[in-house]
Design a protein around this ligand. Structure first.
Ligand code: GUN
Length: 284
């Protein structure tokens, strides 16, 4: 049987360390602060935003939540971001994606001051990441790397196969694995023979968003399998891309859904908020 990469348990440990660091910074006169902006009524986004607020509270981070109506204009959102960019109690600014269709997400991403960009979505921060000197860690991929480190899994010299090329997960995941000296293959909807690629993987990361997408016949014996997806199956139950039971039989290690990658993503947002605070307040 495979090792279960328990993101939930490790995240709880990480949060204790974060809370201690928050109090150290607060004692120096700088309590880290995070602003989260939600535009519209996307139910999944509402859950994510509520979780972020809860995480901040638990760790002593000051949090400011802004819930704007579905019909908010791009100009109104950009105006709020300008205020937050200049608010010195706020060190991190995050706009929950997706935004309603009248708003261009790229304009929103570029309107956040790069030094407050705790999502690491701004082109300047993506550039730093690409050049191998990240200022912020993109939350989901960085959470995965941190979880792997905790379990002693080192991508160096390994063949890492990432399924998905999104700006949020697939691309930054590939860059972080490369930075850790993995040999990286990025697969996507246009990949000709996906199974031939995934069977090569020592570390397989799936970020597709389709229940049942990764089956045991696609996985090499002894591989590490990371499931990034948060899907709902026909019964409405939360599940990933990977057919967990059968893949767990073959894998050396596997993340469950829920309780694998998700809690680590949340931890990394808190970590980035601390990084942002230290950067803006010139603290070590
Ligand atoms: N929507 C889904 N994932 C994310 C994320 O990591 N950050 C933001 N801002 N929105 C998201």
């Amino acid at each position: 049987m495979s090792t279960i990469l328990d993101g939930k348990a490790f995240a709880a440990l990480c949060k204790e360390n974060i809370a201690a660091e928050v109090e150290r910074l607060a004692a120096l006169g700088h309590r880290p602060g995070l602003a989260v902006v939600l535009v519209g009524n996307n139910p999944a986004s509402q859950v994510y935003v509520r979780n972020k607020e809860k995480d901040c509270k638990e760790c002593g981070i000051y949090s400011a939540m802004y819930t704007l109506p579905e019909e908010t204009t791009e100009a109104q959102l950009l105006e709020l971001l300008d205020v937050l960019n200049h608010d010195n109690k706020i060190h991190g600014v995050l706009v929950q994606l997706p935004v309603p269709k009248q708003i261009d997400p790229q304009r929103v991403i570029e309107a956040i001051d790069p030094i407050k960009d705790v999502d690491c979505f701004h082109p300047m921060n993506v550039g730093y990441l690409t050049q191998g000197m990240p200022r912020f860690a993109p939350c989901t991929p960085a959470g995965i790397v941190k979880l792997m480190e905790h379990y002693g899994i080192d991508p160096a010299g390994k063949h890492c196969v990432v399924i998905g090329r999104s700006n949020i997960v697939g691309k930054p995941m590939s860059l972080l694995l490369l930075q850790k000296n993995g040999t990286v293959t990025i697969c996507h909807s246009g990949t000709a023979d996906l199974k031939a690629q995934t069977l090569q993987a020592d570390i397989l990361v799936s970020a597709v968003g389709k229940t049942g997408f990764v089956t045991a016949d696609m996985v090499k014996e002894g591989a590490v399998v990371i499931d990034v997806a948060m899907n709902r199956n026909e019964q409405g139950k939360l599940c990933g891309d990977v057919v967990y039971e059968e893949v767990a039989e073959k894998a050396a290690a596997i993340t469950p859904v829920p309780g694998g990658v998700g809690p680590m993503t949340r931890v990394m947002l808190l970590e980035n908020t601390l990084t942002a605070c230290r950067l803006q307040c010139n603290l070590d």
